[in-house]
Design a protein. Structure first.
Length: 490
């Protein structure tokens, strides 16, 4: 298996290359990402879909640069796929043959179903798990949908409606918006009711750009667009305003200049699908076809799916920083037991166990940067690197639990992230459970502990001496009034 792999995606509007490095059987990291707005489909729709010579020339120049960079970074494998504009072009062989001749790699032209599948593979492996969701990937020449149920991709569809196609057919000609809207509604009728879903996961540049605008508009405390969630009811008015505006209005609406070209077209398509599919929640994906191609390559023997208990970002951070497995296992096991034993007092949802145990597995990753204040370093790494498989709420919670180890959390401590965190009382319970087990471990606990809560006291029993733990445990902040009694062999 190649340690470094380059994946190139030739879309209708842009060509992009991502370079990945495999770090273990399943874990990998993104080393580099490059984009070139080659507009391979420019002028094609007016000439029967044929790629124009100037567009082919631009694409070949970009592919040559991509190939050079991949070689310089010692990539042993290069995978290249082309989508809508190339698959629709009667003269696509000109680009394919010239690429092979000049640079020595093949372009694999994929159909719309495969394009939708690759996007769905990326989403189901690299976003939090949703019981049911529909993915939408708005490209320059086409739009793909995929339905995911319980981790399985059950249906895909590709429709010949994309941003560049709309731009050249309507927007450049200043066609009235109601006519454009009617055209879109007609084109997307082929997407049947099976794609209807409350959770709509958006892939592609248009939806990422909209996500960033909504993050700024709502003063979202995190900067990572991947996994950002928002209400369609809240956003639809704004999306419609962008879609129906003139180019000169885009700056006022907060659109960045590099998105002027196709943001109105993409917004018009997005609005139509949100309404048609009955979506209530929009989830922004920072991953798509390139990640899907790569995952299908490295997970060939697993059905293009990570094992159920595998979390990419978590495992990657553990690999990167060399977490002590015995420590991680001790903390995880005993945090789970203590959470269950104290449930009669804290009354917390079982869903909190996932972020609690993730905190147990990642609490020491900052130690490799500096022993002093390691919990602060660990919290920073979690907040900025735990991007795949966890919601923004979950990773903020994990970071906060680690950051405020053995401290009472106040409202002032969390005011920047308050909208993503649970109520302060619940937060202090989670921090207490985490902190108690960590203190016990740091002060010498190695053998299994047992817990029981009786008559207002938490009893901790062990077959070893925990003399060093008794004083710091006595001083701990507790979210409610109760005593902690340690029964050791002293």
């Amino acid at each position: 298996m190649a340690k470094r792999t380059a994946v190139i995606d030739i879309g209708s509007n842009s060509a992009r290359m991502a370079i990945y490095e495999k770090e273990s059987r399943f874990a990998f990291s993104l080393l580099k990402e490059i984009k070139s707005q080659v507009r391979i489909c420019e002028g094609a729709y007016e000439y029967g879909g044929n790629l124009q010579s100037f567009a082919i020339s631009r694409a070949l120049t970009a592919l040559g640069e991509f190939s050079k960079i991949a070689r310089s970074m010692k990539c042993r494998k290069l995978l290249c796929v082309a989508t809508s504009a190339v698959r629709d072009a009667p003269n696509a062989n000109i680009l394919i043959n010239e690429t092979k001749k000049r640079f020595g790699f093949d372009i694999k032209v994929i159909d719309g179903g495969k394009e939708a599948y690759y996007g769905a593979v990326a989403v189901r492996n690299m976003l939090p798990r949703y019981g049911e969701a529909t993915t939408i990937d708005i490209g320059g020449g086409s739009t793909e949908l995929a339905k995911i149920k319980n981790g399985e991709i059950v249906k895909t569809i590709s429709l010949n409606i994309g941003t560049v196609r709309l731009k050249e057919l309507f927007f450049d000609k200043k066609t009235p918006f109601d006519k454009i809207s009617n055209f879109i509604k007609k084109e997307i009728k082929a997407a049947d009711k099976e794609f209807n879903c409350e959770n709509l996961i958006g892939i592609g540049g248009t939806i990422r750009a909209l996500g960033k605008m909504f993050m700024a508009k709502s003063r979202h405390p995190l900067s990572t667009v991947h996994g950002f969630e928002y209400s369609s009811k809240w956003a639809l008015k704004y999306i419609h305003e962008i879609a129906s505006s003139g180019v000169l209005d885009l700056k006022r609406l907060g659109v960045k200049k590099d998105r002027y070209d196709t943001i109105r077209e993409g917004s018009a398509i997005f609005e139509a699908f949100i309404r048609k599919l009955g979506a209530k929640k929009i989830i922004t994906s920072g991953v798509g076809i390139r990640e899907g191609v790569y995952l299908c390559d490295i997970l060939r023997s697993c059905g293009a799916k990570f094992p159920h208990n595998f979390d990419l970002s978590l495992e990657r951070l553990k690999e990167k920083f060399g977490v002590d497995k015995k420590q991680s296992q001790f903390l995880t096991r005993h945090i789970e037991r203590l959470f269950v034993e104290l449930k009669q007092m804290h009354g917390l949802r079982d869903s909190y166990l996932r972020p609690l145990t993730a905190a147990a597995k990642l609490e020491s990753i900052g130690k490799n940067l500096n022993f002093y204040q390691e919990h602060l370093h660990s919290a920073y790494f979690v907040l900025n690197s735990l991007n795949y498989g966890f919601t923004h709420q979950e990773k903020t919670l994990i970071s906060t639990i680690i950051k405020f180890y053995d401290k009472k959390i106040t409202q002032n401590d969390i005011f920047l992230y308050e909208k993503l965190l649970p109520p302060i009382a619940e937060l202090n319970w989670l921090a207490f459970i985490f902190s108690l087990i960590k203190i016990l471990f740091e002060k010498g606990a190695v053998k299994p502990l047992s817990f029981s809560f009786e008559s207002g006291s938490l009893h901790i029993k062990t077959a070893e001496s925990l003399y060093l733990a008794k004083e710091p445990v006595k001083k701990m902040f507790k979210p409610e009034v109760f005593s902690i009694v340690i029964h050791d062999n002293q």
